[in-house]
Design a binder for this molecule. Structure first.
Ligand SMILES: [Zn+2]
Length: 534
């Protein structure tokens, strides 16, 4: 029998050949990435700088997955009804948030991206002013290959207060162009909602290449921090983000994760199961700062208690420290008994200084929370009232935030050549060693619980945009407010960027107020409380 030796390209080989456009990271433009896995000839990589998972190389015609009916994933009427329910949930939450902040209901909500005709038929959705836009195959390819959103923009009627991108951004590697176009073609007042497959979700991290949402026809896989960074380049700020509990039938779910679809559809008790499954879909909402650049201002919070020895020098140094944006200094004095209050009083009336007097000392965390209530700036920095940290590091800490590369910066005491400088106590070497050891343990625990990669989470230098605290309630009074802040900002969808800073440890005999056993252990427990609790 004659055999043919001509090479028949498999679907995987064809997919690999079609993808010929090598791209930099779609969100941060870095060209350094790590290989993750491949799926049918498509390479998935992760950006080292911002953590984005994306397909590289990209290109070639893709299946228009916006057309849910054509994808045959929602054949069962119950799955289609569940899809409509999910959408009602997302749009209701976004409309409520908008109404709360603007004091009126949105006039119209335009939804682009994935489409199902049942959405158009829903009375609930119609009542909320929702309009659904279909994307033709030609329009889809233009979006996929060039980030061309002519069709999206043409669908705007000018009255939409919210534009929702329903798994829309993932279709292209040119997401920055999409967001820029969107910013240019909508009013300053228009909010942008994003529904996306969250690459940081538990299903994504555990199922990895088997996570159905790592779909090889998509190009970029976002997470809340990536999205915040992406939208920040066009001066948007994140209002809220949360998981979308997907309502699907068990049959649908089993088919998606690739286990026995036949089994699921033939065994009727399984087929009839309906469950809310955390499928790893997330929603996020963005609005634009009306005059973001002009309004930049640094708010420095300076809690002071029984620091007579250092108080005047520290306040003077902070006031003298010049940064390239206007600044205010909020001093919180907690009724010291050593004359500190009198020293603080001498600064009353100095320009840019707000002094708050607490009736009694209720802890450093309490003082910081009091200060936070009076912040008027766009960026917040908390300064301890001693000289353990170097004020000259302010500029380096602020720059990534001002350049909108991140919204949250941690000054790391460990990212340096002399990385054992956290606790160097000549008089108490054993305690010094313990403190160093604890700091490493803290960072490792934090990384494991919050999927981060930081070297120093206990640092005093936490600098962040005020919106990082949107919707966050802080409750700690003591030193562990530091930990609460880091945990809750990360949980709120902002990832810290670390900047190495200088640090000179102050010995316990010089009045250091941290007690290792009294303060460290509650802080450590706090990691778990904020991760799994409220
Ligand atoms: Zn990146």
């Amino acid at each position: 029998m004659a055999r043919s030796f001509t090479f028949e390209a498999t679907p995987a080989v064809r997919a690999a050949r079609e993808r010929s456009a090598f791209v930099n990271c779609p969100v941060c433009d870095s060209n350094v990435s790590g290989y993750l896995f491949h799926k049918r000839g498509v390479r998935f990589v992760r950006c080292f700088a911002c953590g984005l998972v994306y397909v590289n190389p990209t290109g070639g015609e893709g299946t228009n997955y916006f057309d849910v009916a054509a994808m045959h994933t929602h054949e069962d009427a119950r799955d289609r009804a569940a899809y409509v329910d999910d959408m009602v949930g997302v749009i209701t939450r976004m409309v409520e948030q908008f109404t709360r902040e603007r004091g009126r209901k949105p006039r119209a909500v335009t939804v682009v991206g994935r489409y199902l005709k049942e959405l158009d038929a829903s009375q609930d959705l119609k009542a909320m002013g929702a309009r659904f836009v279909q994307t033709s195959n030609v329009e889809f390819q233009a979006l996929r290959l060039q980030g061309d959103v002519t069709a999206l923009v043409a669908s705007f009627k000018g009255d939409e207060d919210i534009v929702i991108l329903n798994e829309f951004l993932e279709a292209t590697a040119y997401v920055r162009r999409v967001v820029e176009e969107l910013a240019a073609k909508t009013s300053q007042e228009t909010w942008i909602g994003v529904i996306f497959a969250n690459a940081q979700s538990l299903p994504a991290r555990t199922l990895r290449r088997y996570w159905p949402r790592y779909y090889d026809m998509k190009s970029a896989f976002l997470s809340a921090p990536n999205l915040a960074q992406l939208f920040a380049t066009a001066a948007y700020t994140m209002v809220a983000q949360r998981p979308v509990p997907s309502n699907v039938s068990a049959a649908y779910f089993m088919e998606r994760v690739g286990i026995g679809s036949k089994l699921a559809s033939t065994v009727s008790p399984l087929r009839d199961l309906q469950a809310r499954i955390p499928a790893g879909v997330q929603e996020a909402l963005f609005r634009r700062d009306t005059n973001a650049q002009a309004a930049e201002k640094l708010s420095i919070i300076l809690p002071i208690f029984n620091e007579a020895r250092y108080a005047a020098d520290v306040i003077e140094a902070v006031l003298e420290k010049e940064v390239r944006i206007p600044k205010e200094v909020i001093i919180v004095e907690s009724n010291s008994t050593d004359g500190t209050r009198e020293i603080v009083k001498t600064f009353e009336g100095r320009p840019g200084v707000t002094i708050l007097y607490e009736d009694k000392p209720s802890g450093k965390g309490h003082a910081v929370r009091t200060g936070l209530k009076h912040v008027t700036g766009s960026i917040i920095l908390i300064q301890d009232s001693d000289f353990e940290y170097d004020l000259d590091d302010y500029d380096a800490l602020l720059e990534p935030i001002l350049q909108r590369k991140t919204s949250f910066v941690l000054g790391s005491r460990s990212l340096g050549l002399d990385d054992w400088k956290v606790r160097k106590y000549s008089s108490t070497p054993v305690r010094g060693f313990l403190m160093n050891f604890a700091q490493v343990g803290f960072a490792k625990t934090f990384n494991a619980l919050y999927q981060q990669d930081v070297t120093d989470v206990n640092t005093m230098f936490k600098v962040f945009r005020s919106e990082c605290l949107n919707g966050v309630e802080l409750v700690c009074d003591g030193f562990n407010l530091d930990i609460e802040l880091a945990c809750k900002i990360v949980k709120n969808g902002y990832e810290p960027m670390e900047v190495p800073v200088n640090y000179v440890s102050r010995g316990f005999d010089e009045g250091k107020k941290i007690n290792f056993w009294k303060d460290a252990w509650p802080s450590y427990a706090a990691f778990f409380r904020y991760r799994f609790g409220s």
